[in-house]
Ligand binder design. Sequence first.
Ligand SMILES: [Fe+2]
Ligand SMILES: [Fe+2]
Length: 230
Amino acid sequence: MALYTIGDLHLSLSVNKPMDIFGTKWKNHAERLRENFAALREGVGCVLCGDSSWGMTLEESREDFAFIDALPGRKIILKGNHDYWWTTAKKMKDFFEANGFHSIEILNNNCFPYGENYAVCGTRGWFFEEERGGEHDKKIMNREILRLKASLDAAGDKEKLAFLHYPPLYQNYRCEEIIRLLQDYGVKLCCYGHIHAKGCQYAFNGWSGRTEYKLVSADFLDFAPKKIIN
Ligand SMILES: [Fe+2]
Ligand SMILES: [Fe+2]
């Protein structure tokens, strides 16, 4: 069964946050996402790598979730730095249930078995550089590492695919803790988002050690989900 991924939909269907101020590439981006998702067959999955909605609360994000829910297939979402609506897994699940959004699932301290052999794992991650980060940063970093570890542990002996919002590698930056964890768990593919516009040219796309990294932010992919498993 095919699996797709894309990050950073940055939807703002009910709040006033037009994305075309970030460049002409973002003009009518919701419409383009809808058209490109049409290539996905019902039943297949797509992992959304964070920054899904600009809404500050679940209520404010309702229209964005209605949009996401109406896209074909099963959507597995994780948290990005702009997902201020994100709350406890229980509150999010209850909200989706109450609104009839049955195709959206939350990736947070868990994993989703996919097809016969795979497991979808992940967490937001963290941009962290020791020389800049203080105690607070370290705390967030450590929490994210525990979340990723919990997700990878939950996958047992399935082949683990990792999805993060923040890149573990970017120019001279390397998040050694996350890179090591991916290596230790034999993760061959790690997809991430967060990087946009001109930043994309500096993003790392390729193999580092035994893990392949791919940037999948929506503008980098021209708003078309990327197929990562056939
Ligand atoms: Fe982001
Ligand atoms: Fe983003």
